[in-house]
Write a protein that binds this ligand. Structure first.
Ligand code: CUA
Length: 431
């Protein structure tokens, strides 16, 4: 009956509008019918010539009551059904959707594409392809609204939300923030530009991104943060589940429930690993809360998606950080050892070994030097120079009792004899 809606530029816009018009038209019809009748009776039976009429006593009518109960019930069920159906369709994520990360911040929208390309205040998408926006806020609650696509979703700090749409026409469409977020909320706008697929591909691949694509950056984090110690890429179970074909999987959890491996699941599993523990694996992972920025987590998720079995697994060598030799020589042995333990070795030793006596994946380094350690198999060993050197170079040879055999043999290539001597000097200070 009425049409005040913007252009229908997405695949399901006609469905959304159909439900919208149905509800509006029915509301208008009943409003006119009820208010019209009311006005008609008010005029027809108004007080005339100063004479009061006595109102007749009318008792209930079953027929009327049934009609005005049953008809609105049927209408409501019908509206709810179509509303849910259309919404369900809008929340489906097609497998081939183009994924774009969205950041809301006071008071701008930032977008990052799969190749690492970034834009601010302009969102560029290909026509006739499903687009999935994976959204996060850097500060407060925002909400991303694209009227022409008929899609809107809150953008929340500390959590991923998403929206999916499939543009069917090229052109420029306004994007709004539709959640009051401060003084410049009114101006938190962006432009959605829908271009042909060929043009999109050319644009999104035409770049030299510093530090590589998000997936490449995620791959570096995989070794740098020591994930490779416990999570394989080839499907073999180490201490934690393999990353092979992990994305989109329904994981069976220790408590018997299931969880879909999506953005929120991965983020939670990094920051708070024991929240959703996968069945059959120990609660051995240290929390990475505070060690990874939100951007790094996005990159890591991009990397996980690439481990889908389509590429043969390439062993990734841990990057060794370069130090200026002159500067390095100026440090004392203890300082050099400390650097190795805290940051230089990859994966970082402190990911699994604490310095304060607390138990992580491996034994604490506090008081380690010359400590007598019970080993798996019932033997004992004193943590002297020889023992420490062997444990670094060949971690599986002597396993401390009560700890998983999870230390990667990644250090032979990184550490020379003199580096191990420095590390031992550092251990001696951890009393
Ligand atoms: Cu952001 Cu309103």
């Amino acid at each position: 009956m009425f049409n005040f809606l913007p252009e229908q530029a997405s695949e399901y816009a006609p469905d959304v509008d159909w439900v919208h018009h149905l509800i509006t038209d029915l509301s208008v019809f009943f409003t006119v019918a009820i208010v019209g009748t009311m006005i008609y009776y008010a005029i027809r039976y108004r007080r005339r010539g100063g004479v009061d009429h006595e109102t007749p006593q009318i008792t209930g009518s079953h027929t009327l009551e049934i009609i005005w109960t049953v008809v609105p019930t049927i209408v409501s069920i019908f509206l709810a059904y179509y509303g849910i159906e259309v919404y369900r369709k809008m929340r489906e994520i097609p497998k081939d959707a183009v994924t774009i990360n969205v950041w809301g911040r006071k008071w701008k929208w930032d977008f990052e594409y799969e190749t690492g390309k970034k834009t601010t205040s302009e969102l560029i998408v290909p026509v006739n392809k499903s687009v999935k926006l994976v959204m996060q806020s850097r500060d407060v609650l925002h909400s991303l609204f694209i009227p022409a696509m008929r899609t809107k979703k809150d953008v929340i700090p500390g959590q991923y939300t998403y929206q999916v749409f499939k543009p069917v026409k090229t052109g420029d469409y306004p994007v709004f923030c539709t959640e009051y977020c401060g003084t410049e909320h009114w101006n938190m706008l962006a432009n959605l530009r829908v271009v042909s697929e060929a043009e999109y591909d050319r644009w999104v691949h035409d770049l030299t991104v510093e530090g590589g694509t998000p997936a490449e950056r995620g791959k570096i984090l995989y070794t740098e943060k020591g994930c490779n110690a416990c999570h394989s890429l080839d499907g073999s179970a180490v201490i934690g589940p393999s990353f092979l074909k992990l994305w989109g999987k329904q994981e069976e959890l220790a408590d018997g429930s299931k969880a879909l491996v999506d953005e929120n699941y991965i983020k939670e599993s990094i920051l708070n690993p024991n929240a959703k523990l996968v069945k059959g694996y120990p609660a051995a992972m240290p929390a990475f809360d505070g060690q990874l920025s939100d951007d790094e987590i996005n990159a890591f998720i991009a990397f996980i998606k690439t481990v889908d079995g389509s590429q043969p697994v390439v062993k990734i060598a841990a990057p060794v950080k370069k130090d200026d030799p002159a500067e390095w020589a100026k440090l004392s042995p203890v300082q050099r050892g400390e650097k190795w333990i805290k940051e230089k070795a990859a994966p970082a030793c402190v990911t699994c070994h604490s310095l304060d006596g607390s138990k992580l994946v491996g034994p604490s380094f506090k008081g380690l030097y010359n400590r007598e350690a019970a080993l798996e198999g019932g033997t004992k060993a004193v943590a002297n120079d020889e023992y420490i050197k062997n444990s670094i170079l060949n971690p599986m040879a002597q396993i401390s009792q009560g700890y998983p055999p999870s230390m990667p043999p990644a250090y032979q290539t990184q550490l020379k004899d003199e580096d191990i001597k420095d590390i031992i000097e550092y251990f001696k200070t951890l009393k």
